[in-house]
Design a protein around this ligand. Structure first.
Ligand code: GCW
Length: 675
């Protein structure tokens, strides 16, 4: 379809030369189809094959001549006697290997489990979609993280918090009897990038999802997702024992409360035996939590973890906390509350930490908790939906942002301990690891609200599979599959510069949180009258006659001291900190000399201009692609880029005008004044 519904699974017809090259290598399929996950895999292979080759791939009981694709598992008798590296694959990995079996040249796709095999089939299809050779394959791949989950911020009334792609996909009213075919397509897309779990409900949602009638609906979704290796998880509102159980308290140390949760969790597992577990937002932004009873996060989390443990369920407990009554720099609060609890959580708890300490800004330094809780599994939380990056209409590829965070060196316990290493390395043998992505998916025909936002969903899956992956390679795969190989180069170029452009036209040089109130769309750096100081943009930029920026060194809020000494040293001086984090940690005079030789004021204006210019270049790149991609999707992107250009200009002009009223400096030569 030309509306984007097919995502990166478009399976465009192959050019005749590619087809001729592949045909002798893919003559028939052999697979034990009775198992649901293998069935899902072969259905996908046949669907993809038919679309790309134009005819059906025949399936046979046994290998018959050259060119078989053998979709199977490690324990298959067909593989006896072959020396294959199954030991390296873990539970969910796969191998794709060209081999000769009983005289037949065969492509083996196999994992230790059926879901590993399914992932292998998607990889094989990607090879075909991106035009790779398949005549001598020896691919071994396995995920580096165990829990790879989407977090839907979906409410039961189908409103999606921070969702820009329509309503929630989950049509609760029609469930459980009607299972929209779209749920299967959702599962296919996720499985194709290795996502193995989904939290169906918003961390801010009420407790109703835990009611028996809703659990039946959840069960129906779990049935659709199961063949694709996707487990369902739910959010648990901490006060559910009061709201649903009619208890007087939700105190985690109260035996009645504990008994209520145990019974509730047993009930969930009786309905959904492979239920994944729970996600909790507690004592954050008004949500109930253990602190309401003077208990710690660990006491709250452990109570739920104990009830989940007999079922092998996990508990994801969010570290996104900051409190109204706390005057400490918001940047510091999560570390202050959580770091002392290191080692106090049960084994089946993962503490879920946002990539940065404030809130999903276009650029943030990595969160100081990474590396600081060596005895506690920490999982990464990225936001795929673009709450602070222009919603769905601004083109911003987040792969570069995630790569930057994952590559950052925490120096804990030593140099080279990147954020990726921290989250990949289990705290004990067998301990959980994971990554969560706040979904950007909704009922819009194109799923993500824009064609290019599909890339962020795709990239999230790839980074959750391999946190050491490279944003550019991911963009290239996505672009080739989504727009065709001919368009890939310019598309990748647009993507790779896009996030930095947003940083530049919204919050350059380490500025943050300058968006308009509540919805966070458009500029609002002047806002200063909100009830809570840390909601006001002026709290973050601290511009005054003397200069601009938030001093988080020892002379200021000292948030910097939460990082390792090497980081403190590098970032403690404006001379050695990367300039893109300058004003995050330092308050500097308007006439401070930046690396370009320009004053800080001039540099700021220059960056705002640069951000707008990059959007103009993206428009030109896109204009040149007319006719090379289908007109429907092309026109949508063109329109969105026009919106982005207008709004980047709005951001720039409003921000410069506001800051100039404080800096009282003239505009640098070369700056184009607003039209
Ligand atoms: O980014 C902020 C959002 C809230 C969100 C909160 C959180 C789900 O503005 O909408 O609530 O973070 O992550 O809990």
């Amino acid at each position: 379809a030309e509306d984007g519904y097919d995502l990166w699974l478009r399976y465009q017809p192959l050019e005749s030369s590619a087809k001729a090259r592949y045909e002798p290598l893919v003559t028939h399929l052999v697979a034990p189809n009775a198992r649901p996950t293998i069935r899902a895999a072969t259905d996908e292979l046949q669907r993809g094959f038919k679309a790309m080759f134009g005819y059906d791939l025949v399936q046979r009981e046994t290998l018959m001549g050259n060119g078989a694709v053998l979709v199977t598992r490690a324990d298959s008798p067909n593989l006896k006697g072959l020396d294959l590296p199954f030991a390296k694959l873990g539970e969910e990995g796969y191998l794709i290997r060209t081999a000769v079996i009983a005289g037949n040249r065969t492509t083996i796709i196999a994992g230790n489990s059926d879901v590993g095999t399914l992932y292998g089939v998607f990889r094989f299809l990607k090879l075909l979609q991106t035009g790779q050779p398949i005549d001598n394959l020896d691919i071994v791949d396995a995920p580096k993280l165990k829990v790879r989950v989407l977090n839907h911020w979906d409410n039961l009334d189908r409103h999606v918090e921070r969702g820009y792609a329509g309503q929630s996909l989950w049509d609760w009213q029609k469930l459980p009897l009607h299972k929209d075919p779209r749920y299967t397509d959702y599962a296919r897309a996720n499985a194709s990038i290795g996502i193995n779990g989904t939290v169906l409900t918003n961390v801010n949602a009420n407790a109703d999802i835990l009611r028996p009638d809703y659990l039946q609906k959840v069960k129906a979704l779990a049935e659709v997702f199961r063949p694709y290796g996707i487990k369902v998880y739910l959010t648990a509102r901490f006060s559910a024992p009061i709201e649903l159980g009619k208890l007087k308290t939700a105190d985690p140390l109260d035996p009645q409360v504990q008994a209520w949760w145990k019974a509730k969790i047993d009930e969930i597992y009786s309905v959904i035996p492979d239920f994944g577990g729970l996600l909790v937002k507690a004592n954050s932004e008004g949500q109930p939590g253990p602190a309401d009873y003077k208990r710690t996060h660990a006491e709250g989390a452990n109570m739920l973890a104990d009830a989940l443990a007999p079922h092998h369920g996990i508990l994801m407990w969010r570290a996104f906390v900051y409190a109204a009554e706390n005057a400490e720099d918001r940047h510091k609060q999560a570390y202050t509350e959580f770091q002392p609890l290191d080692g106090k959580f049960r084994d089946n708890v993962l503490v879920q930490v946002k990539n940065g300490a404030i809130d999903f800004q276009p650029r943030e330094p990595f969160h100081p908790l990474f590396g600081a809780m060596p005895k506690t599994p920490l999982m990464m939380e990225f936001q795929i939906t673009k709450e602070y990056l222009g919603f769905a209409t601004h083109l911003a590829y987040l792969g570069t942002m995630w790569e930057e965070v994952l590559e950052a060196d925490t120096f804990r316990p030593k140099k080279g301990s990147t954020v990726a290493k921290v989250i990949e390395t289990p705290v004990d043998a067998g301990a959980a690891t994971g990554m969560a992505g706040v979904a950007n998916i909704g009922s819009d025909r194109n799923w993500s609200g824009s064609q290019f936002d599909q890339a962020n969903w795709y990239a999230f899956g790839r980074f959750a599979w391999d946190p050491d992956a490279k944003a550019e390679a991911i963009a290239r795969d996505w672009a080739a599959m989504t727009w065709g190989r001919e368009a890939a180069d310019p598309v990748v170029r647009m993507m790779m510069g896009s996030r930095e452009a947003v940083v530049d036209y919204m919050t350059p040089l380490g500025l943050a949180h300058l968006m308009a109130t509540g919805h966070h769309y458009g500029p609002g750096p002047w806002v200063s009258d909100l009830a809570r100081p840390e909601w006001n943009p002026v709290y973050y930029h601290k511009a005054d006659a003397a200069g601009i920026g938030f001093d988080r060194t020892a002379k200021g809020s000292d948030a910097l001291s939460q990082y390792a000494p090497e980081v403190v040293k590098a970032w403690g001086s404006p001379k050695t900190i990367p300039e893109n984090l300058l004003l995050w940690f330092h308050h500097l005079p308007w006439d401070y000399r930046t690396k370009s030789g320009r004053t800080l004021w001039d540099e700021l204006v220059t960056r705002y201009d640069a951000g707008v210019d990059v959007v103009g270049k993206m428009q030109a790149d896109w204009a040149a692609l007319r006719g090379k991609v289908d007109e429907t999707r092309w026109a949508e992107v063109r329109d969105f880029l026009a919106i982005q250009h207008a709004e980047a200009t709005w951001w720039r002009d409003a921000s410069i005008a506001y800051f100039q009223s404080i800096s009282k400096r003239p505009l640098p030569a070369g700056h184009k004044p607003p039209a």
